[in-house]
Design a binder for this molecule. Sequence first.
Ligand SMILES: Nc1ncnc2c1ncn2[C@@H]1O[C@H](COP(=O)(O)OP(=O)(O)OP(=O)(O)O)[C@@H](O)[C@H]1O
Length: 783
Amino acid sequence: MDLNDQDWQDEQRRVDMVTGKVAVRKKALEADVGVVRGDVVELRKDFWDEVRVNFSSSDDLGETSTSLRQQSQVLSERERAHLQASETLKKLKLLVDSPYFGRIDFTEEGQPRTEQIYLGIASFLDDDQETFLVYDWRAPVSSLYYDGAPGPASYETPGGEISGRMELKRQFVIRDGRIKVMFDTGVTIGDELLQQVLSHSSDSQMKSIVATIQKEQNAVIRNDKSRMLVVQGAAGSGKTSAALQRVAYLLYKYRETLKADQVLLFSPNPMFNSYVSTVLPELGEENMLQTTFQAYLEHRLGREFDLEDVFSQMEAILKAEEGPWLQAKRASIAYKSSPHFLETIQRYKERLEHRGMKFKPVRFKGRLIVSEQAMEEKFYGFDQGVRLANRVELLKDWLLKELAQFAKQERKEPWVDEQIQLLDPDEYQKAYTRMRRKQGAKNATFDDFELERSLLAKMVVNEWLKPVRKWIKRTRFVDVKAMYEELFLNEELFLEVSEGKLPDEWDEIGKQTVLTIREGKLSYEDVTPYLYLQDLLKGFQVNNVIRHVFIDEVQDYSPFQLEYVKRIFPRARMTALGDLNQGIYAHTDVLGGSLESLKKLYGEEHTEVISLTRSYRSTHEIVDFTRSMMPGGESIVPFNRHGEKPVLRKVNGREELHQHIVQKIKELKNEGYEHTAIICKTAEESEFVYESLKEELPLKKIAKTTPSFVTGTLVIPSYLAKGVEFDAVVIYDASSDAYDRESERKLFYTACTRAMHQLCMFSLGEPSRFIRDIDPAKYTLET
Ligand SMILES: Nc1ncnc2c1ncn2[C@@H]1O[C@H](COP(=O)(O)OP(=O)(O)OP(=O)(O)O)[C@@H](O)[C@H]1O
């Protein structure tokens, strides 16, 4: 709908009026507060390290909740100071350049007046403190803008539904206080603005989509009824974007009760944390906490085992030749990630309630204090009605008493006298002070030899027994390792607890599992089941502070892992975002063609599923090409932004390949594409490409340990490119040698769908069947 000059002048006048008022208020506030900067970001660097969670005893329980409370208190105190001082200012700074992006005119039923509602990233009241010059995009009335079309319309408020008529819907792009773009629009958010936004170049940071949120995305953002929200969406459909907007929405709606540090996002890799870290600040909000599942696993078991991470597992599988090892590995991963194994472990735990618990003896200086048999006897002597984890607690208390008994006896031993002689003056002084404190000052002297010896002996023995006490307190006497091993060593036991279902390749799986554990390692597929067993025996370590857990790339999680996350955050709601087509890991059968596992997690009645089918990232041509690779891909709807068709070039040798790639990257740069990626299959290939081309191109190598994304030309392994995007993607080698196994289809798809504007594939020899099977009209074959 065309707008005339008068409309432009009127709207610009209003913009001038609003920005003028914002500027005045900003200036006044600046003078008041200065800029307060907290060290909140520092504090949040490692979520798991900051919060000690231990629930193995009532003491620990107290300690844990104190630790949690203290940690969250420290955070919230500093944040409060930080927020109060700078929050308003931050918002005003954002508003002064671009006060709003939308307008709706709405006549409420029964009201004579039509209200003009302007939407921006924060509310701004006129000097009367009553009139909204700008409404926050998250205010109830704002949902009209995202959901409704001119005509009859309604929106939800806490007080009920408000109906009326939308007379007008207008969009703006305002920069530096000037209206750059303005038009009236029909159904939802006009495609014109989206066209503009999407045709921009990418960089190393994700952007907020607040001005162009689509109706179905708005449903994701504002959904707050269900315990579990599952968002299944095509590559580039805005799952991550919507999730971040949703965090901002929740922080606004529940601002009295929900703080940013009660929201936790599980990212696919550490780099992703940095990629999304600017979105919330762009919206004037504090960032939520971010972590990776691997960081959690390391936090829990990293001291005990050398843990394989998902990337090393992927690398090993991608590089392996077809053969017995790979076959067994695949079977092992598939089985250990399955709900059946989860149930098997649960049944194993039920069996352990009656028999089979394994303990490590309590020893001191090579001498036995309590044998494993004595522990077993004691353990199964406790009331069988008491929960297993509580019986472990009871056993712990008993062991501590036994240890105290032992300590008493031990004080008489000659080695203690030897140690007393060796005490240095400091330690001696410490003992003396302690004695004075204990006995009261008046008759406390060290003249009494007997008393002195007994006190010093007590101190020495206590000191020497400290590690044993700690070991008991941490319930290390429960031999989880032996019990997990037993499951794989003892076929009869396995058959019993698995209800007679041995997995494929059972012998090899069992052998490999035990071998790896005995080397002090845990394969990625074993880590969560192992933890699950451990926690079933010792009690789960829960975090009651977090109220919202977001899991991005949920298709990369096994049922085990999801069950885990659910259990450790019992007070949290979950938002899970995923794409079946991008399940690249061997264990990712979670969505496995259906959403059943996810729906079961909290029960169907508590679960809502929203599907996003429109893909925004890539041009129509790229989406049309990539969706042809996936069964059911027709349901992915490309956004109507056009560009060049994907390009395929077949080359005969590596030298030729490298020449073409260098030339292509230079061409792309000349065309204005700054943020490009050469996507390799593995880290090994990535390393090779980087070393081969680094003299000729300014390349940046991305590895799993790279902490943050950067702009420029990146060389990156396929599986690390998850979730991110580039102006142009160069697939280093799309040949049938590189991508042929069915299990690699999703990996190839994921790599190709990272491209926004251009996709170039090189093939050393015959192209992969994933390309050959596509209608040649959908790409250009360069010769
Ligand atoms: N409503 C929107 N307005 C503007 N841009 C959008 C919108 N929705 C998505 N986009 C853009 O599309 C691109 C893809 O979004 P995002 O990364 O959130 O998708 P995704 O579904 O998480 O993708 P993937 O699963 O492939 O990682 C981003 O550049 C994002 O800014």
